[in-house]
Design a protein around this ligand. Structure first.
Ligand SMILES: [Ca+2]
Length: 397
């Protein structure tokens, strides 16, 4: 209610509502400051950080509309793996080849993957975001579906200031508080950012060596393995059991081959170690492309837990490296994506039928897909975990 101004006819009502919100925010800020104090943040840093800070309405709006969770995956990939992004990525790779190959050697993360993440996170440094991170995180911490995230990241941002890693005025970034060329959130910065050039600063805002090394370090710690690839697009045999396309099902490539899974581009599967463990994903359901993905894909998912995002990084990195990256199989482009309300309705319908989708937040993540798959299997449908309009209709009956 604090943020719902639409529909309020009288200006005065809107005014008193706005001032009610600012009172609520002031109360929230007092309690947050106590929490931050207990976490060791000084009064001086708190005063400096929060002078003049109010809620940002735009952050509320964006919090409900994250593109990698709300757009159809093919639309997202069209933008992310566009001809321009590929060309810019190849140019960025060429310009930074020496720095990137040193970092590849040190961290075991290939240059194309680092460059692809750079491209998706900030358009190769063109769009770093100019939201005040303290204000954005305070807004998220105050109200909405990510208050715990906002509070913990805000503490992280305050630690960055207090430890002298960056000045208050430098903490600029996305509406969600992600900062620098590869958009590290504060806790990720504190844990994984690296001072590559040894100047005493972990500068993810304007030093590309620090940016690339920090990104590579984060992927490496997340389990990235040199020269293993991210995965491969596959073709599935008729009558395939889509329940196998689950988050928890990992098998060596040789077992997938024995189930009839083939590479879409010739004999590609034979190029990989047959004992490499992989899981199968069908991000647009049984009618779209299928992929076997390896540990490096999981490492990219730790960066951003959206399958669309991880596939975009994977495909863009392949294209930057001069390999075919975009899906050979057609996406079911005639399907329309579900609205936020419909995605919540789908989650509620699953919960009502006893299939726990996790929180009813409209985000179709691993939990929702797993619940959907169980229902589909029990209902005798292809258990692909794909939240389509047809599935929602069936669930409502
Ligand atoms: Ca540095």
């Amino acid at each position: 209610m604090k943020r719902l101004f639409a529909g309020i006819a009288s200006l005065c009502a809107a005014c008193s509502s706005a001032s009610a919100q600012s009172n609520d925010f002031a109360v929230w800020l007092d309690s947050f400051r106590a929490e931050a104090s207990a976490a060791g943040i000084s009064e001086a840093v708190l005063d400096e950080a929060f002078t003049g800070v109010t809620v940002n309405e735009r952050v509320f709006e964006l919090n409900d509309n994250q593109p990698e969770f709300t757009r159809a995956i093919w639309d997202y990939l069209d933008t992310a793996v566009s001809d321009r992004n590929i060309a810019d990525g190849r140019a960025a790779l060429a310009e930074n080849r020496i720095a990137l190959s040193l970092i590849d050697e040190a961290y075991g993360v290939d240059a194309e993957t680092i460059v692809a993440i750079w491209g998706l996170e900030s358009a190769y440094g063109r769009i770093l975001g100019d939201y005040d991170a303290i204000q954005a995180l305070a807004t998220l911490g105050f109200e909405g579906r990510r208050t715990a995230y906002g509070r913990s990241q805000l503490i992280g941002a305050l630690k960055i200031i207090q430890n002298g890693y960056a000045a208050r005025s430098e903490l600029k970034g996305s509406w969600a508080g992600a900062m620098g060329h590869t958009q590290f959130i504060p806790t990720t910065y504190l844990a994984y950012a690296v001072d590559h050039d040894g100047d005493g600063r972990r500068n993810i805002w304007s030093d590309l060596g620090d940016v690339f090394a920090s990104t590579a370090n984060y992927l490496s710690v997340s389990g990235y393995r040199a020269d293993e690839g991210w995965g491969v697009e596959t073709r599935l045999p008729g009558g395939f059991d889509y329940a196998l396309a689950g988050v928890s099902v990992k098998k060596p490539i040789v077992e997938w081959v024995s189930l009839g899974v083939e590479g879409v581009r010739g004999d590609l599967l034979a190029a990989f170690d047959p004992n490499l463990r992989a899981r199968l994903i069908v991000p647009a359901g049984a009618r779209g492309p299928a992929f076997l993905v390896f540990e490096n894909f999981e490492a990219i998912l730790k960066y951003n837990r959206s399958t669309s995002y991880a596939l975009a990084v994977a495909m863009l990195s392949d294209e930057i490296a001069g390999r075919d990256g975009r899906a050979a199989t057609l996406w079911p482009r005639e399907d329309r994506p579900l609205s936020l309300d419909e995605r919540k309705a789908l989650q509620r319908a699953l919960a009502d039928r006893g299939y726990d989708p996790g929180p009813v937040d409209g985000i179709v993540g691993a939990g929702t897909r797993a619940a959907l798959r169980k229902w589909q299997k029990d209902a005798g449908r292809p258990a692909d975990g794909y939240a389509s309009a047809a599935v929602l209709e069936a669930l409502r009956q």
